[in-house]
Design a protein around this ligand. Structure first.
Ligand code: 5GP
Length: 123
């Protein structure tokens, strides 16, 4: 498993070293708007703990952290007004998943019809 790097951009946001457009926070999670939104609603939800990815988080996080994070995702979607109309949450992991920031995060996309889940790709 990749070691956690405290220099990643989301670690800096958690430490308050760089700003974010915060929309929600609880004991275990922080949510803020993506700096480069792909949809009308595009929010990132991150755990406050030092987890690289879903692989790391699912294996190492406590039940309380997992519960707090999961509840944050649902609350963020309700607060953004997309729970009724529908939304997508997505987490990229590692090289094939094209994860850019090595602090586990879920993207919450919504605010329009999102189309099919993924584009067909060459095999
Ligand atoms: P990934 O490809 O790792 O799943 O997605 C990383 C996401 O983080 C991208 O959607 C990118 O726009 C977003 N991002 C990168 N740097 C920053 C930042 O400094 N602030 C915010 N709010 N989002 C960022």
């Amino acid at each position: 498993m990749t070691a956690y790097d405290d220099g990643n951009i989301f670690a800096k946001i958690l430490r308050g070293e760089i700003p974010c457009d915060k929309v929600y926070e609880n004991d275990h999670a922080l949510a803020f708007r993506d700096i480069n939104p792909q949809t009308p609603v595009h929010i990132l939800v991150i755990p406050k703990g030092r987890y690289v990815s879903m692989d790391d988080f699912s294996a190492q996080a406590s039940d309380a952290e997992i519960a707090g994070f999961t509840r944050a995702v649902g609350q963020v979607a309700r607060d953004a007004g997309v729970a009724a109309t529908g939304y997508r949450f997505l987490a990229n992991h590692g090289q094939d998943g094209r994860q850019e920031v090595a602090h586990f995060h879920v993207h919450v996309f919504g605010g329009k019809n999102l189309g099919r889940m993924i584009k067909p790709v060459d095999k």
